[in-house]
Design a protein around this ligand. Structure first.
Ligand code: 4NP
Length: 180
């Protein structure tokens, strides 16, 4: 019999894409916090990450200053990120496409090619005790909204790391329909 590791899906980094509307507030914070949490656990090499927006208004811009400041206050540096728009190839290139809110989820499911919809999930599915399913958009609100978003993002990042704890299992292989 083959050793267990050799008949499982080829081990590679799990690719996670965080998506919101503008890609200057929630999804850059989510990517930064998730990477920070993975690094703290010595697991950063298990993941490839990126973030994207459904809209194109802020393409090329750094994250909103308020998002940068709120993240920095928690030890997470996101100033180097630049906004980009979601593209069709993202559904092939990533294992998980994580929406920040229900509107993002609906839009992403509509954009996803046939057979790729299963990769699209709400980020807060990984924080079932959060009391909400959405990271609400803090862009038009006050600074407190960024901290609320970060609280939720930290919870979901921990949950996602736990869900992907067995690094050799690709997210797709956890689906009932998977044959792997
Ligand atoms: P995000 O926030 O989706 O969390 O990046 C937003 C940023 C900008 C806009 C909307 C949401 N906007 O309409 O420009």
């Amino acid at each position: 019999m083959w050793p267990r590791a050799t008949y499982r899906p080829m081990s590679r980094a799990t690719r996670v894409l965080f998506v919101c509307l503008g890609n200057i507030c929630r999804s850059p914070m989510a990517e930064g916090v998730f990477r920070h949490a993975a690094e703290e656990r010595g697991r950063l090499d298990q993941f490839e990450t990126d973030s994207a927006g459904l809209g194109d208004w802020h393409v090329g811009q750094a994250p909103d200053e308020r998002a940068q400041g709120a993240a920095r206050a928690r030890g997470v540096e996101i100033s180097g990120q630049r906004a980009r728009q979601m593209r069709p190839s993202d559904f092939d290139d990533f294992d998980l496409v994580l929406a920040m809110d229900e509107a993002n989820l609906t839009a992403l499911k509509r954009l996803a090619p046939k057979g790729r919809e299963g990769k699209v999930r709400l980020f807060l599915d990984y924080a079932p005790d959060a009391g909400t399913r959405e990271v609400s958009d803090p862009f038009f609100g006050d600074l407190g909204g960024f901290d609320t978003a970060l609280d939720l993002i930290e919870l979901a990042s921990d949950g996602l790391l736990r869900a992907l704890d067995d690094e050799t299992i690709q997210p797709a292989s956890q689906n009932a329909s998977s044959t792997t």
